[in-house]
Design a protein around this ligand. Structure first.
Ligand code: DGL
Length: 275
């Protein structure tokens, strides 16, 4: 482990946020909303997306490279906005980095346990996230009697990227994936993938309004705020945030898609190739 750049202990230093691509902007957006004084360096691994179907070893290798890149930028904390990267790489990153590393799985699991009434919790995510059992473990660690039902929904990511947020095709696919969860009477459903918060409307319709939807983005931003405050690393009140966006490929596409995930267009996207 090499020495930290000096400004990683500076409350004014940025937070590093990374994802396999564009979807982690849902987490960046929540951080901007809940922690408006914090600056962000966002890295989207657009050259190597998707992580969902890749092996744990490959996702871990990519995640370590990105964490190292962010550390070199002098970030004071790293938020792993990608569920698949959190599921496969969080313990490794925490062991290797000396700055705080926040993932999306634990905050989502905590919120689900708070929300559930009958302890039947559904989790939807990529093939990698569901196969890892990470949500299952995190939820049962908090509530051992919970019944956790995981379902991979791989078609949701391309549908969101296509902008088909309330399209008939998306509704059909959602029924295919979610009807079995509805039939098992889950009362809480974790949206365990960066892209799924954009499908809250369709997902809510299909599973029924009584089912509580857990948005990991909101929970992770709140957790990030808590972690920074605990360590005296919160940005000084009144400071004006400065955000940087970095993609490993196709910055123009990233910029166009950012509008959908972030709600505002990006003026500038840098390109950095890793690996
Ligand atoms: N960011 C990924 C996640 O949250 C979804 C996209 C991908 O498969 O890379 O799991």
């Amino acid at each position: 482990m090499t020495a930290l750049p000096p400004d990683a202990h500076d409350p004014a230093a940025p937070i590093g946020v990374f994802d396999s691509g564009i979807g982690g902007l849902t987490v960046a957006r929540e951080i901007m909303r809940q922690l408006p004084h914090e600056s962000i360096v966002y890295f989207g691994d657009t050259a190597r997306v998707p992580y969902g179907p890749k092996s744990p070893e490959t996702v871990r290798r990519y995640s370590r490279e990105i964490a190292e890149f962010l550390r070199q930028q002098g970030v004071k904390a790293i938020v792993v906005a990608c569920n698949t990267a959190t599921a496969h790489a969080l313990p490794t990153l925490r062991a290797e980095q000396t700055i705080p590393v926040v993932g999306v799985v634990e905050p989502g699991a905590r919120a689900a346990v708070r929300a559930t009434r009958g302890a039947a919790i559904g989790v939807i995510g990529t093939v990698g996230t569901i196969a890892s059992g990470a949500y299952d473990r995190a939820i049962r660690a908090l509530r051992p009697d919970a019944e956790v039902l995981g379902t991979a929904c791989p078609l949701f990511v391309p549908l969101v990227e296509e902008g088909w947020l309330s399209h008939e095709a998306t509704r059909l696919v959602a029924h295919e994936y979610l009807d079995p969860l509805r039939d098992r009477h889950v009362d809480t459903l974790v949206l365990g993938c960066t892209h799924y918060p954009l499908l809250k409307g369709v997902v809510g319709e299909v599973v029924g309004r009584a089912v509580r939807l857990i948005d990991s983005a909101e929970e992770t931003a709140a957790e990030t705020g808590r972690v920074l405050a605990e360590r005296g690393l919160s940005a000084p009140a009144g400071s004006a945030p400065r955000h940087r966006f970095v993609a490993s490929d196709a910055p123009d596409h990233f910029s166009r898609m950012a509008q959908r995930f972030l709600g505002t267009p990006l003026e500038r996207v840098e390109t950095v190739t890793l690996g």
